[in-house]
Design a protein around this ligand. Sequence first.
Ligand SMILES: CC(C)(COP(=O)(O)OP(=O)(O)OC[C@H]1O[C@@H](n2cnc3c(N)ncnc32)[C@H](O)[C@@H]1OP(=O)(O)O)[C@@H](O)C(=O)NCCC(=O)NCCS
Length: 167
Amino acid sequence: MSEIVLRSLQIDDAEIFALHANNSAIADNMTNQFPFPYTKAHALEFIRRLNGFKPAQVFAIDLDGEAIGAIGLHPQTDIFLKNAELGYWLAEKYWGKGFVSIAIKKIVEYGFSSFEIDRIFARPFGSNKASQRVLEKTGFVLEARLEKIIYKNNRYEDELIYAIRRK
Ligand SMILES: CC(C)(COP(=O)(O)OP(=O)(O)OC[C@H]1O[C@@H](n2cnc3c(N)ncnc32)[C@H](O)[C@@H]1OP(=O)(O)O)[C@@H](O)C(=O)NCCC(=O)NCCS
């Protein structure tokens, strides 16, 4: 059976990566830093910018050699230096197969062994039930709900803060 692996994104991934990313059903659940439409030029810029980080912060979610999504950890700075933010998306045709749950488990293990952090957090929108479920399935705990602080696509959204702590 095919397995999900996390690996670095390569310039050669840009075309298929952009095809998967170019989807309003994904962009609607992300910050506005995730563009829609999503072009190959956006993918190339993303891959070039993020491949400079050591240790790596962003990985392709790879299925049989194809980059079908991305997952990343963003270590925070200043007084928040013991925290890292988790972000992820997956090509819509692969939703509901448990792939992102597997990817999160892998990156949490990687994060706590590669960075001097004590806490990994994610901030799904209140309406993003799939993302909330994935976080709950992978051991994240709901720490806060900030009501209607997000404004996207002409409507207000709650922000939920989920986190997992170093054991
Ligand atoms: C959120 C996302 C990453 C989930 O990836 P995935 O690989 O489909 O996740 P999984 O298959 O591991 O788990 C999805 C879970 O959500 C559940 N789910 C899906 N839609 C749901 C809904 N509307 N209400 C409640 N639960 C829902 C599924 O049933 C499944 O739970 P289960 O295993 O208990 O049945 C994917 O949908 C995605 O890329 N969405 C757009 C981008 C995004 O939201 N990124 C995260 C921003 S915080």
